[in-house]
Design a protein around this ligand. Structure first.
Ligand code: TDX
Length: 304
């Protein structure tokens, strides 16, 4: 199997991340550029659409690249897949469903109404709806997955967990938005990718599968687990300005994926997963170091 990665190599992309992979080639280009997209889709059997502007805080500072990449980019890929009759899988997020109360026993399912909060999540919701319309109106052979928060190696250091790990490596105190009570449902990136394979192999066309590993933790709990991993006191962190419109809690019910496709997460020990992730950032400083000062300066300008 040959894989072509189309990536705009924005601040969040790094060609080194895939350079050692056999049968994987990189094309640098924009998913919103039909002239780039169309010939690549024409020579493919399957499009797996991972590309997105994905960081909520950035979408609050400047929503425009989110509309262009997430909505116009998805539209451009869908049109190319339609013209060339190519199977399509769309990667999305649990954030399209909005948020839950801390004490709500409910979790998100594929029938939860869409209710996105941020410019980022609203553009992902829009992209999901485009995919659904292309299935119904044009018969596109597409599936959608909505996954919970990922952690693991190669995650950009703007994200919560790698930001705190690289802060701790640098002797900087972790930064917790608000009180740290917000809950995220963590899944290891390898478990996410295995679920995507399962959907590509066995998922029913037109269906949406939610991906999650029952990994709910408050942000405060995550920071305290990281502090413990670095041998630091559990109160050795700073509270910083909260994110405007900050979603309180996400939680995924992945029973459809488990029951229909037999998928199970393999990284079920979060502490162990975090420890391996810390090791990865310690061993791969040359990968993340060039971005660190810029990311921290951007957060500092927001009081975060
Ligand atoms: O320094 C921080 N301190 C902090 O308390 C940062 C960067 C984040 N936070 C909080 C905000 C969130 O409650 O941690 C939580 C996780 O933050 P992010 O890593 O920014 O993730 P989130 O906003 O939950 O969205 C992530 O998961 C869903 C991804 O960025 C999205 O692309 C994905 O769709």
């Amino acid at each position: 199997m040959d894989i072509t990665v189309l990536d705009a190599l924005t601040y969040a992309g790094d060609a080194r991340s895939i350079q050692d992979l056999a049968s994987v080639s990189l094309v640098e280009g924009d998913i919103a550029d039909a002239g780039v997209v169309d010939p690549l889709v024409a020579e493919s059997d399957l499009v797996v659409h991972f590309a997105a502007e994905s960081h909520n805080d950035n979408s609050l500072n400047d929503p425009s690249p989110f509309v262009r990449t997430n909505i116009v980019g998805t539209f451009t890929l869908l049109e190319a897949a339609r013209r060339n009759d190519v199977r399509f899988h769309h990667i999305s997020t649990d954030e399209v469903y909005g948020d839950l109360e801390l004490d709500d026993p409910a979790k998100f399912t594929a029938s939860t109404p869409y209710n996105p909060s941020s410019p980022y999540s609203s553009t992902k919701a829009g992209s999901d709806l485009l995919v659904r319309a292309w299935v119904r109106s044009f018969g596109l052979r597409a599936t959608i997955s909505n996954c919970s928060n990922n952690y693991g190696p190669y995650q950009h250091i703007e994200k919560f967990i790698p930001r705190q790990i690289t802060n701790l490596i640098d002797g900087i105190r972790p930064r917790l938005y608000g009180a740290g009570a917000n809950v995220r449902d963590w899944i290891h990136v390898d478990d996410h990718n295995r679920a995507v394979w399962a959907i590509i192999d066995g998922g029913r066309i037109g269906e949406t599968y939610l991906i999650g590993a029952d990994g709910e933790k408050s942000n405060l709990e995550v920071v305290q687990e990281l502090l413990a991993a670095f041998g630091r006191p559990e109160d050795d962190f700073d509270h910083v300005t909260d994110r405007p419109g900050h979603d309180l809690r996400y939680a995924i019910d992945a029973s459809k994926l488990r029951d229909e496709l037999g998928w199970r997460p393999q990284h079920t020990d979060f502490q162990d997963g975090l420890a391996h992730t810390v090791d990865w950032y310690r061993s791969n400083e040359d990968w993340w170091r060039p971005e660190k000062a810029r990311v921290e300066a951007s957060y500092a300008s927001q009081g975060q």
